[in-house]
Design a protein. Structure first.
Length: 331
């Protein structure tokens, strides 16, 4: 079966913000945000150990403890083990205010099994639906990423394939911000991933690489996509970050042009962002992140709001949407 068949609903909840991504949130706000997602009908939740060094998984597990497990889809990731040891160094980056436990990188078979066991405990559940191999890419590991990829190929990929065959998990794939590891994985005869969680690479703002290099190959291998970062780390909807860093001026200028077109057609940019992603038949779900209950309500409303054909045509005519990218024209 495809990822479409394994995920409940097409709008999911990306739980990275529950790990204090970019800002510290309280336990109450975290719980209220997950509850808002549930109340709005969202039934797919994605998290990872690295999101706040286990904090996101803990909060998500606590918030979902009162609902039947078979009523939602749950995915998390392997590749980073959360140690009981405390990291005494000052942290930087989006999760600098997460838990202070040391984070160890390991894509081996043994580490994969230990990571899954630890995630199950933090999530307070007895099973995972989808497991993604996390950040086995250059943006996370620099020039050493190929070494990590080869460890994952011999370790995590084979272990997750076995767990899928045994029915322990329903699906596995890669959770990355780059297309290169997805391409390499599809080229492996021994690896047959169900799909990929591709963050930040397929959005209204930035989508050329998957269209040119990845989607055709994925289609040939019956692999589908969960799209993370549909708002491009927030810059598309008024934020200051792109790819988890301060957005460069050229990107801010591009966003301003897109927002002007949206104003001309009275389109909510969130509506355009979500509906553009889901117009691609290879996309099984989109998972914007949120750390406030109100944001969930906005996302659901945006997904269902009308977007006139004229907006999509103007975006194409002005070069902001690639000619081969599917768009949700009404006709």
């Amino acid at each position: 079966m495809s990822l479409h068949d394994k995920i409940i609903g097409r709008l999911g909840f990306g739980a990275a913000p529950l790990g204090n991504m970019f800002r510290t949130i309280s336990e109450e706000e975290a719980a209220a945000t997950v509850q808002s997602a549930w109340d709005q009908g969202i039934r797919y939740f994605d998290t990872a150990p690295i999101y706040g060094a286990g904090l996101s998984e803990q909060r998500l597990g606590k918030a979902l403890a009162h609902v039947p497990r078979d009523q939602y889809t749950l995915s998390t990731k392997i590749g980073r083990l959360i140690s009981d040891d405390i990291d005494t160094q000052v942290r930087s980056g989006p999760f600098s205010d997460g838990l202070k436990n040391k984070i160890l990188t390991d894509y081996s078979s043994d580490a994969t099994l230990r990571s899954i066991a630890a995630s199950l405990e933090r999530l307070n559940t007895d099973r995972l639906d989808i497991v993604f191999v996390h950040d086995v890419a250059q943006d996370a590991h620099g020039d050493e990423w190929i070494e990590h990829f080869n460890v994952a190929r011999k370790g995590a990929f084979r272990t997750l394939t076995r767990l899928r065959e045994e029915g322990v998990i329903k699906a596995w794939g890669l959770g990355v911000n780059r297309v290169e590891p997805c391409e390499l994985t599809l080229d492996l005869s021994e690896a047959q991933p169900d799909g990929f969680l591709l963050a930040g690479r397929y959005s209204l703002l930035d989508h050329d690489q998957p269209l040119q290099r990845l989607f055709d190959k994925a289609r040939q291998h019956n692999a589908e996509f969960v799209v993370g970062g549909p708002y491009s780390s927030g810059v598309l909807v008024g934020g200051k970050h792109f790819e988890y860093q301060e957005a460069p001026q050229a990107m801010l200028d591009k966003v301003a042009h897109i927002q002007e077109i949206a104003r001309q057609y009275q389109v909510d940019i969130k509506s355009a962002a979500l509906q553009f992603v889901l117009a691609n038949p290879l996309v099984a779900a989109v998972i914007p992140g949120a750390s406030r209950p109100s944001r969930i309500i906005e996302d659901v409303a945006a997904l269902n709001a009308p977007v006139p054909d004229g907006f999509w045509q103007a975006m194409r005519d002005q070069g902001f949407i690639a000619a081969q990218a599917p768009v949700p024209f009404k006709d």
